[in-house]
Design a protein around this ligand. Sequence first.
Ligand SMILES: [Zn+2]
Length: 262
Amino acid sequence: MNFKSIPTEFEYLSWPEVKNISKEIRSTIIWPFGAVEQHGPHLPLATDSIFVDEIICEVLKLIPSDKPIKKLPTQYFGFSPEHKGFDGTISLSSKLITLMIKEVGVQLADMGFKRLILINAHGGQISLLSTAARELRSIAPNLSVFPCFLWSGVDGLSDLLTKKEIDNGLHASLAETSLMMALKSELVGDERPSEGIQNQIPEGWSLEGNAPIAWLTEDLSESGVIGDSKGSTVELGKSLKSLLVDHWYKLILNLMQSDWPN
Ligand SMILES: [Zn+2]
């Protein structure tokens, strides 16, 4: 006899399984978003995609299997126009990504799913995913949509990372290099560039933050790194990984145990 266990991956389910799960109360789809874009000379193009995929797979292993939550295939191609000019970057238009989120989301809502969590690891598409989530919600009001950023609101990050890294480590620097060393060390090269930190920014203005500029990587960096990747370690990467897994496990479990918002 061969007993099939019900997989966490949406695409491994059969259609009757989807039919049953989607009708459950609190039925939830989680859709990870990354990018295929330059990450300096030492990290792979899919860095953000690998991060979100690995962290969410770990989180879902911890969520009790009777909870109706399934993961869509991680969306590798993202919106990365700021990295144009570096070979390997493949960026989709904001229009196409918005349309894709709406088309997929409406079909999930039609199947009966109640919630869609967009969990994104690429800082350059945070506002795009929020906008797409709002547009989707307006055409599928019965589907609650949560546009989340993997690194946002994670308690304890400031204990592991310096203020300099938190403020200026925008891309392929200490945190990302360390996390990749912990997840897939075989994909990490030996270079450790430090670039892109601007001294001449007038007070109150910044690359990101309250009064930001729509920066392009080539304004700031030749290597593609924005921040400082020196001092990256596997140990730091492992600590970042457990912080991220713990954070998202708690948030997602809380949602699965709650009737809010439906
Ligand atoms: Zn990244």
